[in-house]
Each structure stands twice: as structure tokens, then as C-alpha cells.
Design a protein around this ligand. Structure first.
Ligand code: DC
Length: 225
């Protein structure tokens, strides 16, 4: 039996999961794991190698050739795909547009969940994603389910993306978020849903500091008799 602590943060696309997860990890000196980055890196590999998502054998063979690694610097996600740093590229629209379809594949989820569970076996971690509290760590000590108004989420994401890609429109970002929400909640394999014991955090009108305070209070509650 291990005594390490796992904090699971799940929720819809672009509702600030990683901002909260990073802040918590920093405050508590835990390791931060961005599980979405793993699905994104797999998607990048599949795009580059033109993997047919309907071809089970191709998908399985491709997964054997994918080696992912996290290098945490300043609580920012640095992920390598077969030793190449891909942290920037996995945030671009081609990956964002295709990641939900890749993340819906049973073979892909099986492999990612296995790797994620290995990471949380011996260390204190904060992991964010869609199925962390339901599938990856159903016994996590704290589960937070985040949500926010879709329009507010699109505006926040647009601001981030627009700095790097001035051609992008708010409509495009909104469409992408709506599409991912639909795919993530309706897929057969581990769909996005709130674990029965997860605490809901709607951050439509909350600042990052207020969200951190909310989560820290919940953690304090865990250790109190
Ligand atoms: O959190 P994100 O937007 O970077 O995640 C990218 C995609 O990966 C998202 O559309 C859903 C999928 N995902 C998932 O299915 N399970 C996870 N644990 C994390 C992400």
C-alpha cells in the first residue's frame, strides 16, 4: 500500500483545469501531470504518420513506436515525443481538431491510462484530464470537476491562441470547444463525466486565485478529523 496523495482534476475543455492543477502542484510541492498533453502528443504522431484511426492494427503498431516523457520545469508541461520536444506543436489547431477522435480510441486510452497510473503509484501528484477521477484514479483523495460557461471558456482560450496565431477567430475556437465537449462526453470509452464523489467547481466568475483558495480549503478539509 502506498501513502502518496493523488488530486484528480477533471472537466470540460478550456475551463482552466491546468491553471488550477499547476498552481496546486506548486503550492503543495506535488508533481503536475497534464494527461491531455499525452493524448495530444499521440495525435501529433498519428497525423504525421497518417495513421488510419479505423485500422486497429495500424493504431496498435503506431502506439508501440510512441515514447512519451514529461520534463517538468517551473510547473510548465514539457513533453517529448520520441525525444523531440513537442509542447508547442501539440497546442496548435491541427492537433486540437483531431485529438478527441484519437482520445476516443480504446487502444489509445488503454495505453495512456496504464502510463498515468504508473506515474501516480509512488509520488504525490496533481493530474488533470477527463477521466482521472472516474477511471485512472478512482481512489484519489480529492476529486474536482471543473466547469464554466462555454462562451467564457472560448474567450479565454481565444486570448491565449490569438497571441501566437493572429488569424484565428473567436468562432473557430468556440466551435472547437463545443465539438470537443460533445465528443468527450458522448464517446463510449471513459466519457467525460463527474465522479460521484467529485466536488464541482464552476469558475465562470472566479479568478485563478479564488479557485486555488477553494481547492486548498478542500485539501485542508481532508486532513482535519
Ligand atoms: O485537456 P486537453 O484539452 O489538452 O485535452 C485534449 C483532448 O484529450 C481532449 O479533447 C480530451 C482528451 N483527453 C481525454 O480524453 N482524457 C484525458 N484524461 C485527458 C484528455
Amino acid at each position: 500500500m502506498s501513502n502518496n496523495i493523488v488530486i484528480a482534476i477533471d472537466g470540460y475543455s478550456s475551463c482552466g483545469k491546468s491553471t488550477l492543477a499547476k498552481a496546486l502542484a506548486q503550492k503543495l510541492h506535488f508533481i503536475y501531470v497534464d494527461s491531455g498533453a499525452m493524448y495530444r502528443a499521440v495525435t501529433l504522431y498519428f497525423l504525421r504518420h497518417h495513421i488510419d484511426l479505423h485500422d486497429h492494427q495500424q493504431v496498435v503498431e503506431a502506439l508501440k513506436n510512441i515514447h512519451l516523457n514529461f520534463h517538468s520545469r517551473d510547473y510548465q508541461t514539457h513533453i517529448t515525443l520520441n525525444d523531440e520536444e513537442v509542447s508547442e506543436e501539440i497546442r496548435q489547431m491541427p492537433v486540437s481538431d483531431n485529438v478527441s477522435a484519437v482520445a476516443a480510441l480504446r487502444e489509445v486510452r488503454y495505453e495512456m491510462v496504464k502510463q498515468q497510473q504508473r506515474m501516480g503509484r509512488s509520488k504525490n501528484i496533481v493530474m488533470d484530464g477527463r477521466d482521472i477521477g472516474t477511471t485512472v484514479f478512482p481512489d484519489a483523495q480529492l476529486k474536482i470537476f471543473m466547469t464554466a460557461d462555454p462562451k467564457v471558456r472560448a474567450e479565454r482560450r481565444y486570448k491565449e491562441l490569438h497571441e501566437k496565431n493572429p488569424d484565428i477567430t473567436l468562432e473557430e475556437v468556440f466551435e472547437n470547444i463545443a465539438h470537443r465537449d460533445y465528443q468527450d462526453t458522448t464517446r463510449e470509452e471513459s466519457p467525460l463525466m463527474r465522479a460521484a464523489d467529485a466536488i464541482i467547481l464552476d469558475n465562470t466568475n472566479l479568478t485563478p486565485d479564488q479557485q486555488l483558495e477553494f481547492a486548498l480549503n478542500k485539501i485542508k478539509g481532508l486532513s482535519e478529523p
